[in-house]
Ligand binder design. Structure first.
Ligand SMILES: [Zn+2]
Length: 214
């Protein structure tokens, strides 16, 4: 089952279920001439959901020029190989998670600027869930794409020292954010797109869950 959330004329989240009651979302940024992706989903995601969806919009997978993976987990990166093979896209991931994506030809660092569609994003290194976990921040639209940075109640997903995780989220709380896109429906909002006050509440809740962790 897949489901699409349109956020702006050039911005979509394509969600597909991976287990009962949950989903993985990939973000699509449609530029005038090129398409940017955040995360690739599972191996079957590009052929089964992503490419057909782009065709429905009258766009071609050939227009994908950049795929940025938020971190190393298979529900996010596995489709990278197919995207690399079937399109002209460059594939990027943070240098600390790069071993998980053989086809990655761009190793990202904190502070780097990437262009997805016609939008520019700053790479924000936010370790905690994984060592090379990143967020993408677009200051002028106060848009933050967090991937799995906020684990919500699912504290078993925090694979590093919890203080590293908490500090990463505290860094994000300094940013002006009005729209937050996350990959899974964690507590407390159980949805992909958080708006206005929800963005800070979601960050605060993830810190609280982690602080209660033994
Ligand atoms: Zn995930």
């Amino acid at each position: 089952m897949e489901n699409v959330e349109k956020i702006a004329d050039d911005l979509y989240v394509l969600k597909f279920s991976h287990r009962e009651g949950s989903f993985v979302g990939i973000t699509i940024v449609l530029g005038k001439k090129k398409i940017g992706l955040v995360d690739a989903g599972f191996e079957a995601t590009p052929m089964n959901y992503l490419f057909p969806f782009l065709k429905e919009l009258g766009r071609s997978p050939d227009e994908i020029d950049l795929l940025v993976n938020t971190h190393r987990d298979r529900d996010h990166v596995e489709g990278s190989k197919v995207i690399k093979e079937k399109t002209k896209a460059n594939v990027a991931i943070h240098e600390y998670d790069a071993e998980a994506v053989e086809v990655a030809n761009i190793k990202l660092k904190d502070g780097q600027i990437v262009e997805l569609g016609d939008r520019q994003f700053e790479v924000i290194h936010a370790p905690g869930h994984t060592p090379g976990n990143i967020c993408l921040y677009q200051k002028e639209n106060k848009l933050l794409i967090t991937g799995d940075t906020l684990c919500g109640e699912a504290i078993q997903l925090i694979r590093m020292d919890k203080n590293i995780y908490i500090n990463s989220i505290k860094k994000l709380m300094q940013l002006e954010v009005n729209l937050l896109i996350q990959s899974h429906p964690h507590e407390p909002f159980r949805k992909a797109v958080l708006i206005g006050e929800e963005t800070k509440e979601g960050m605060r809740a993830s810190i609280d869950y982690a602080e209660k962790k033994a």
